[in-house]
Ligand binder design. Sequence first.
Ligand SMILES: C[S@@+](CC[C@H](N)C(=O)[O-])C[C@H]1O[C@@H](n2cnc3c(N)ncnc32)[C@H](O)[C@@H]1O
Ligand code: SF4
Length: 477
Amino acid sequence: MLKAFLTAARGPTVCLGRCFSSEVSGAVSKLAGFSSPPFSTEASLYVHWPYCLKRCSYCNFNKYIPRSDNQDVMLECLQRETETLLKLSQVSRITSVFFGGGTPSLAHPAAIAAVLETVARHAGLSEEAEVTLEVNPTPIGSSKLENFLHAGVNRFSIGVQSLRDDDLKVLGRDHNTQHALQTVAEARRLCPGRVSVDVMFGRPGQSVASWELELDELLSVCDDHVSLYQLTLERGTQLFSQVQKGQLSVPSDDITAVMYESARRILQNRGYLQYEVSNFARNGAISQHNMSYWKASQYLGVGPGAHGRFVPHGEGGVCREARTQTLEPDVWVREVQQRGHGTRRRIPLTHLGLLEEVLVMGLRLIDGITHQHWQLFSPRADLHQILSSSSEVQDLQQTGLLILDDRGLRCSWQGLALMDSMLPTLLLELEAHITQGLQQQARVSGGPHHPGAPAAGQGVWRPTSPRGSSSRPGCPA
Ligand SMILES: C[S@@+](CC[C@H](N)C(=O)[O-])C[C@H]1O[C@@H](n2cnc3c(N)ncnc32)[C@H](O)[C@@H]1O
Ligand code: SF4
């Protein structure tokens, strides 16, 4: 259960008896200086670099081993697709950029600079905008850090994964502990306070004691941000079949739950405040980019397999869409060359669909969903109206897992580790409330009911678009 949501947050392409105090979590928001309103003229941008030098044994991300050096064509297409999606969304300001992968640290720094120039040419990209690059801590990656900095990157996210050479081998990584330590040190020298490390637990053969020792070692060398991921056994990976065949074994769910709780405690004792299920920061070094996902803001996704969520104003759209780019790089390149983008799937989000995202993403945050934030998406129905009368929700509150109060809705400290078990209840209540509103509206208007159509008088809904997109389900402006 814990596994499912700890890993669910890995980008757009998831302690009993202890409550996280509201003072601490409030301080996190202040330090982050994050403004939540999802202005339709703003968005964050995710850029996917789909290549890796080798396949890690556990990874099922959208990544490929390059057959030849096609960086030039890749760059040309990333720029072209960025330009197209910026025009389509009519976004005038990009608030943050995240280069993820795959292994984007394999890209030439000049390619990173060129994508950023494209963004700056077609939309605003302020000097302060957070620009993150995922870095594999190999000698190749670390030798280019300074050039990436000159290219416009101002935050590094380093895939350390483990500080144990034997484990790195089992995971199929092409770096060792020494490389990881050198890369972190170099990144901190270049970008102090803006370096994050990814580390995985629940690895084959790992014990709670060895994990605690390793995390302690990591915290004595790392910077101000840590992302903690529970290893997920993904079907189709080498690790999955090794475990299936009994060649390797991973810790049980009970043990990984203990690992998660001990990590939360260790991180907190070392001054890293948990602000999301898998993310911890000190000195306010919260990831602004990832925050935009958890706050359900608009984002554009560029590159093979990237995901986006935005309103295509440029073609008269009034509805936020969930968009996915074509997965396979060669096919994606052809599509971008032919029509300017490689969007493979577009799903218009209904009012309910959008509220579900606000709920599911927002509950991952320690601060949860404030009433003000919810109101931006649901001006007519507040969280109390939707949830307070449900006896199941009341039970969750009484068991101390869920809090619904004057601030909003959030998980307690212990509830955060059980979030996915609470989601079905909350989503059902939300759906029942929205459906009921729609039925009432249909009765009042006496007309046929269109599923997902806007409720009467709801300010965020545009019943009909000037370009006749009224056949689409209702959607937020
Ligand atoms: C897909 S990688 C891309 C960045 C870079 N190539 C790397 O490996 O560090 C991003 C992060 O996803 C996490 N990840 C990938 N596969 C995972 C899995 N099966 N279980 C848990 N975490 C995983 C790793 O922690 C990794 O740092
Ligand atoms: S380097 Fe990262 S993206 Fe590439 S295979 Fe390994 S985990 Fe996956």
